[in-house]
Design a protein around this ligand. Sequence first.
Ligand code: C5P
Length: 218
Amino acid sequence: MSNFNVAIDGPAGSGKSTIAKKIAQIFNLYYLDSGALYRAFGYYLKKKNFDLNNENDIINALKTFNVKIINGDYYLFDEKLDFQIRTPEIGKAASIVAKNPFVREKVNEILRNIAKKHGVVIDGRDIGTVVLPDAEVKIFLTASIQERAERRYKELIGKGKNVKLEDILKDIEKRDKADSTRKIAPLKPADDAIIVDTTGKNIETVVKEIKNIILNKI
Ligand code: C5P
C-alpha cells in the first residue's frame, strides 16, 4: 500500500466516487466514500423513526450508530449497505444530518482512524479542507449542473429506478446549495486544491488527468 493521501471533493454527481475508486486502484490506496457514512447515518435515523432535524434524536442515534467497512463494503451493524442508501431520499437525509457538528465529528473520526493506517483516497465535500488538510494531493471535481443531473439520471435509470431528469436536477440544485452554504465544513475547494472540470470528458480522460497530477506531486 502507498502511504500518501488523496482528497477528492466536489458537488453531487461530479463523478467523485467513480474516479476516486480508479485512482485508489492505480496507486494502491484504500478508497473511502465519506458520503456513504452520512447516508448510512441518515438511513439509520429514518429506520429508527427518529427526526432528522431533532438534535436529541441525532445525539441518541450517534450513541449506537455502528458502521463497519469490510473489503470496501459498508455495514450498518450486520446489514450490508448498498442501493438502500443510494436513493434521492437518503441523499437528502444525508445532507440534513451532515449539518450537525457531532455527526461530522463522528464521520471524521472514522475516516481519520483508517487514514492513520493506510494511504487513502477519500471522496466527499470537506476532505481537503477539514478531514485531511495535510493530504498530499487535493482535487476538486466539478461539472455543469446539467451534466451532473444527466449522469445521476442515467445511473438510476440503469438500476431500474423510475425517476425524472427534472426532479434529479432540482434535487442536485438543492443539495449543492445546502452543502455549500452550511456553516460547518461547507463544500468548497481547499486553497491548495487543483480544480478539475469534468464537463464533456469521459472517465478515462479524467482519470488520466488526475493520475498525472498525482505523479507530479508525489
Ligand atoms: O457524496 P454523496 O452524495 O453520497 O453525499 C451525500 C451527502 O452527504 C452530501 O449531499 C453532503 O450533504 C453530505 N456529505 C458531507 N461531507 C462529506 C460527504 C458528504 O457533508 N464529506
